[in-house]
Each structure stands twice: as C-alpha cells, then as structure tokens.
Write a protein that binds this ligand. Sequence first.
Ligand SMILES: Nc1ncnc2c1ncn2[C@@H]1O[C@H](COP(=O)(O)OP(=O)(O)OP(=O)(O)O)[C@@H](O)[C@H]1O
Ligand SMILES: [Mg+2]
Length: 464
Amino acid sequence: MPDSGKHLLFVEDEAPLRLAIAEQLSDHGFIVDQAGSGEAALERLAEFAYDIIVADLRLPGIHGSAVVEAAVARYPDIIAIVVTGFGTVKDAVEAIKRGAWDFVSKPFQIDELLHVLNSAIEQRRLKSENAYLRAQLDARYRFEGLIGKSRAMTHLLQLLETVAPTNSTILITGETGTGKEVVARAIHHNSPRRAHRFVALNCGAIPEALLEAELFGHVRGAFTGAVGNRQGRLEQAHKGTLFLDEVGTMSPALQMKLLRVLQEREFERVGDSHTIRVDVRVIAATNSDLRRMVADGAFREDLFYRLNVIPVQLPALRERKEDIPLLVQHFLAKFAAGDSPARAPITVSQEAMRHLMAYSWPGNVRQLENAIERAVALGGGRPQIEVADLPPEVQVADEPALAAAIPLPEEGLDLEQLIAGIERELIRRSLERTGGNKGRAAKLLHMKRTTLVEKLKRLERSSL
Ligand SMILES: Nc1ncnc2c1ncn2[C@@H]1O[C@H](COP(=O)(O)OP(=O)(O)OP(=O)(O)O)[C@@H](O)[C@H]1O
Ligand SMILES: [Mg+2]
C-alpha cells in the first residue's frame, strides 16, 4: 500500500497558511485533507480514520486541544501534532496531556514540521502502541451494552430512556444484526419490570403448528403429544416483558389471537376454555417491512397498529459508520479478554480501520463483531490487527484510497460520467466472471437482480 500511514488532516483557520502548508505536505507524499475550524475537523474525523492530525491550538470555536482529545479518544492510534502560537509552551503541555504526540511553534519552517512528523511516525512504528489504555470506553455512552454515539444512536438512546419506563408496546425494526434483541433487552432492564422475566420467542424459528402452544401453553390432551399441562411464554412473562421476534412470520390465525392479547391481556391455553389474565409488556421485532405486508394483505392492519404504538427504527451500520471505531474497541476488549491480562491490549492499524469504515456491512453489527473475532484469532497474539487479518470482502473495501488514485484535473471533471463509467466497468467484470449469470453477478455487487437488470437497461440505452 503506497499510501499507508500518510493520510493527514490539517486543521488551521488562517486559509493562506493552511493552503501553503497543505501543499508542501502533499509534495512530501502526505495525502492531506484540510479543515478550517475545530467543528469542521470533528466532522472529517467522524467520517475518516486519518493516520495523522496536525491542529493549530488557537481556533475560533472549538479549541485545538479539544479537537486533539476527540481525535485520540476516537482513534487511539492516530498521531496528533499541535501547532502553538508565540511559544506558549503551557498550551502545548496541556495538549500533550490530552493525547497530542508533540508540538511545533509558530512560525515554523516546513522542515521542522516534517521532522516532528517523521520522528512521530518512526516512534509509532517501533513502539506498537498501548494507547488503547487511554481510550477506555466511556460508560456515559452505554445503555446496557448498546455502543454508539453517532447522531442516530444518540437519538435512539434518548428515545429508549423515555419509553423504557412505560408499559407501551414497542415495535423494533431494522436490518439483520442491527441490535434489535439487544435493544429489547435494554428496554426491559431499564423498566420497572426488570425484577421479572424477559421472555423471548422467535416466531420465525418455531414451526407454525407448535407456535400457538408455545405462546399460549396447552392442557393435557390438547393435541397429540400434549402429555401434561404446560405454561406458555405469555404466562412465563407475567409482570415482565415478552419479546416477539420476527413477528412478521406469524400466521393470520395467530395474528388474530395475538391481537386479542394486546387488546385485553387475556387468552386461553390450547385445548382449554379457562381464561387467563396476564400483565405483560410486549416488544416485537421484525426485519421485514410490516407496513408493506399490511398493504399486501399479509399482515393484519389492526395488529400492526397495536404493535406499532412506539416505533423504534434501528439504523444500519453503514448509516452510522462513525460508531465503527467505538464498536471495534468494544469487541476487541471482548475477544482479547481471554488472553493473558499482562499483555498489551490489541489495537487496529489506522489502515485496517479505514477498511472497516469503508465497508458496507450488510450483516451490520453482528458481522462486524464476527470480523473482529476472526481478526483477533488470525492475529495469533500479534499486538496489532492489519488489513490482511480482515475478511476478504473488507480488505477490498477502500473507496477513499481508490478515489485518491483518480486525478482531479485542473479543468475539473464530470463526476456523474466518471461514476457511470466505473459502474459500467464493474458490471461488465462481474458478468464476465459469472459467465453472464445475472443473479450471481448481482450478488457479487451486493444488489438485487432486478436492480442489476434495470441498470443494464439504462446502460444499453445510454450507449446507443
Ligand atoms: N449498539 C450495539 N452495541 C454493541 N453490540 C451490539 C450493538 N448492536 C448489536 N450488537 C451486537 O451485535 C449482535 C447482533 O445483535 P442482535 O442479535 O440484537 O441483532 P438483531 O437485530 O436482533 O439481528 P437479527 O435480525 O438477525 O435477529 C449481538 O452480538 C449484539 O451484542
Ligand atoms: Mg434478532
């Protein structure tokens, strides 16, 4: 990788100075992004795992040392250099306390900065960091094991805090692996029902014929094999929470019975006429589009509204990639915990982190968790996880590096045309590889077959 270790964010509010230094750094092989304020720097840092940040301490708005602190908290492996004015060494010391590696004072020659940068890179290389110690996860961001401080997650946590203590029925939706079950458990544990049981029932995993008895219980002789009386999950969850996972898979008959439970909190065991009353809070989850199923007649509309009292929508991981570094630290701590405690914590190289952030994670947090577990195992005790330890599909995800390789000519370029060209080429290659099989080609490109077919039509039309 030619650009490994060279992605640099330069934060300086004086535009002429910033442009001049950025240009000189580029001449020396760095790939430089610029930010004119602390706020802009924080935005860039949320999106991209830089190797190095060079920040002026005196910025309008957020102070440079706060930017450094945020950068290091997010990326323990980043090299932070601060620029101080008029030899104010006290500020520099303060910044170093907050995690900066070194400082240069203004005015400086480019050579001074290069010297500081190169020696930092060198030292960093020699001494494989235990900086993760500094970045202990902040308990404030956690709601019973729910990691994330992106805007989407912050909103979610606020919503959970508000609704957890109530008795309202909640419908959690989200793609596979986004944490629907973790959220359901967190709600229960933050509710007054926490002393009672959290009972989970995966409606999709139990054969239709058994699901009813599982939910409502049965009496002896209710059906072949019903040898005794048995409590259903509803009764088990009395005073607690019942979690109905994959609720979209329920048959129409069962949907009807569930509707009655939600309306009246009463039901009968299978084969019995005695009515049982329960006090349960229901949380349902689904990764199918229930609204759509209602429109198609596959799901009862009245049940949908009974379940969807409080909708909780979990964002896909690719929509909150700024949470990836935090989640990675969380899972590293989890999977390295079995190792000898005396050993330095395992870290992830910034280059590997860039790949982790560039990948689209169709399996969301669960897939990320598996990738980290695998990387820790493959690392075989090495202190740092490298790109080669990541799953193959993550290794090839490196859009920023790819984009960096595209020249941006003086006169500019037609972005849409360029992207259309890239699209055409990748579609051509995937069809070539699959011998023209559109289904498999679509899979290679992580899209639906119908989407691929549409794109092909459009490409044919545009090339006429
Ligand atoms: N915000 C999060 N913080 C920490 N771990 C998380 C978070 N979200 C999900 N996980 C972890 O990811 C894994 C998948 O979560 P979960 O089983 O809740 O997903 P799900 O949405 O129910 O998926 P599915 O639809 O496939 O059932 C779990 O191991 C869980 O601990
Ligand atoms: Mg689940």
